[in-house]
Design a protein around this ligand. Structure first.
Ligand code: NAP
Length: 276
């Protein structure tokens, strides 16, 4: 029940109305008996929003497109990993000081490590945006051998240099023989869900294929990977785990990832059937 003691959390981004984070966190608050509420804030001015968080005593926020990198220089403190990645997706308001974290890399690594030991593995990482940066950082920590491919070659080169990885042009994808493939671009996302970032010829039985796009959940890439008997990991696996880590940063309590996933899968099923 909402009362005078209810604490406020939220997500700041623009656009933000499609976000699954309010559902994820509000269900977890309720399940775990935390008197808190989580709202979506479509932000026009980031600096004003941060002042508002302090002024109103909002306890924590998730940060999404397009503010994950811009926010880094506007916070009172940024945790070391988030600083190295150069992106913040979680803010904790600790007694009026805004502290930034990055839980995307945790979410992605936990999702992958459920299925595959990343140490020494040959990984093809597609993308050089915010999510790819976080995932690339995680892969370096795990000791993977990574090749980065991206539409804008200058961004791929820069990220590969920063992380000590190899860069390859997009057209060379067919010549690579990775053990793990990660799509960290928005290719295949609704409404362009007939697109796939990779030619299906590079998919082989036994490969692990993760797509971080989750609308639709069964992207074309994942469907083709399944047809080739690859191990597949969908975008909700990462989303659920990055959210669980946020929840823990804010409340000190670790929520049940299995329950979070059930809620998210149900929400996407309802969306697909037009019932939400
Ligand atoms: P971002 O910083 O805007 O980066 C977008 C990436 O996609 C860039 O590498 C961009 O290449 C590439 N791209 C976009 N359109 C393309 C196209 N038509 N052809 C080829 N490449 C294209 O976004 P982000 O934050 O990294 O997010 C990327 C995707 O991951 C989004 O779909 C987002 O919803 C999803 N995501 C999922 C989770 C999760 O928990 N599952 C978490 C974060 C993000 P250029 O550099 O050439 O522009």
């Amino acid at each position: 029940m909402i009362d005078a003691r209810t604490e406020l959390y939220g997500i700041i981004g623009n656009p933000v109305r499609h976000s699954l984070s309010p559902l994820l966190h509000n269900r977890a608050f309720r399940r775990m008996g935390v008197n808190a509420l989580y709202l979506a804030f479509e932000v026009i001015d980031l600096k004003d929003a941060l002042r508002g968080i302090k002024g109103l005593g909002i306890r924590g926020v998730s940060v999404t497109i397009p503010f994950k990198t811009e926010v880094v220089s506007l916070l009172d403190e940024v945790e070391e990993t988030a600083r190295k990645i150069g992106a913040v997706n979680t803010i904790l308001n600790r007694e009026g000081r805004l502290i930034g974290y990055n839980t995307d890399w945790h979410g992605a690594m936990e999702a992958l490590e459920q299925r595959v030991n990343l140490s020494g593995k040959k990984v093809l990482l597609l993308g050089a945006g915010g999510a790819a940066r976080a995932i690339g950082f995680g892969l370096r920590e795990k000791g993977s051998q990574v090749v980065i491919v991206n539409r804008s070659t200058d961004k791929a080169k820069k990220l590969a240099e920063e992380l000590g990885f190899v860069y390859q042009p997009w057209l060379s994808v067919g010549t690579l023989d990775p053990e793990v493939i990660i799509n960290a671009t928005s290719v295949g996302m609704y409404p362009d869900d007939q697109e796939s970032p990779f030619p299906k010829e590079i998919l082989r039985e036994g490969m692990t294929v993760m797509d971080i796009v989750y609308r639709p959940l069964r992207t074309r890439l994942l469907q083709e990977a399944k047809e080739k008997d690859c191990l597949t990991i969908d975008g909700l696996e990462m989303l659920a785990r990055q959210g669980a880590r946020q929840f823990e940063i804010w409340t000190g309590k670790r929520p049940d990832v299995k329950k979070i996933k059930e809620n998210l899968y149900e929400a996407l099923r309802n969306e697909a059937m037009g019932t939400s």
